[in-house]
Write a protein that binds this ligand. Structure first.
Ligand code: ZN
Length: 169
């Protein structure tokens, strides 16, 4: 029997899929972001999603986008990329980070300083915003490779579900 060639995920689709799965753990009512860090041998090193620091309760701290520093989420939330870096049990030097949304300028600093060499991302919805421009400027200066891929994982899953439901009928 020949090996399967259709409906097999590429490495990029697989790891971006993992980033998306991680994002679904986020309690953020507006933006769920996930990240997966992978080494040169295609082994998963770490995952993360946006959330408050350990011990900072989702019930007590605000998830709002509106309001001042103390009543909105921005001062408290840890982004997916930083969580993935901090969650890692080993050095992430030389690794690739898969992230569903292009990293902000704060995460870009952490990515550069941790030695991650490549970013594979999907959405770039803040393209052109000052913090996004700052992020790209730093990442390019530091020689971090930036690769954008389209959202193909959901197409795979949808196709699979459709095929399965058509065999059930
Ligand atoms: Zn960030």
């Amino acid at each position: 029997m020949e090996k399967r060639v259709d409906n097999v995920l590429t490495w990029d689709e697989y790891f971006m899929g993992l980033a998306h799965l991680s994002a679904l753990r986020s309690k953020d009512p507006n933006t769920q972001v996930g990240a997966a860090i992978v080494d040169e041998n295609h082994r998963v090193v770490s995952v993360g999603y946006n959330g408050f620091p350990t011990g900072v309760s989702d019930d007590e701290f605000p998830w709002s986008r509106e309001g001042d520093v103390l009543t909105s989420k921005y001062a408290f939330v840890v982004h997916a990329e930083l969580n993935a870096i901090l969650n890692s049990q080993r050095s992430v030097r030389g690794c690739t980070i898969y992230v569903s949304l292009f990293p902000c300028n704060e995460c870009a600093k952490a990515i550069i300083q941790s030695g991650i060499k490549k970013i594979v991302y999907e959405s770039d919805k803040y393209n052109g915003v000052d913090t996004n421009i700052a992020s790209k400027r730093m990442l390019k200066a530091a020689g971090v490779e930036l690769v954008r891929i389209s959202n193909t994982i959901s197409i795979h899953v949808e196709k699979k579900i459709n095929e399965e439901s058509s065999t059930i009928e």
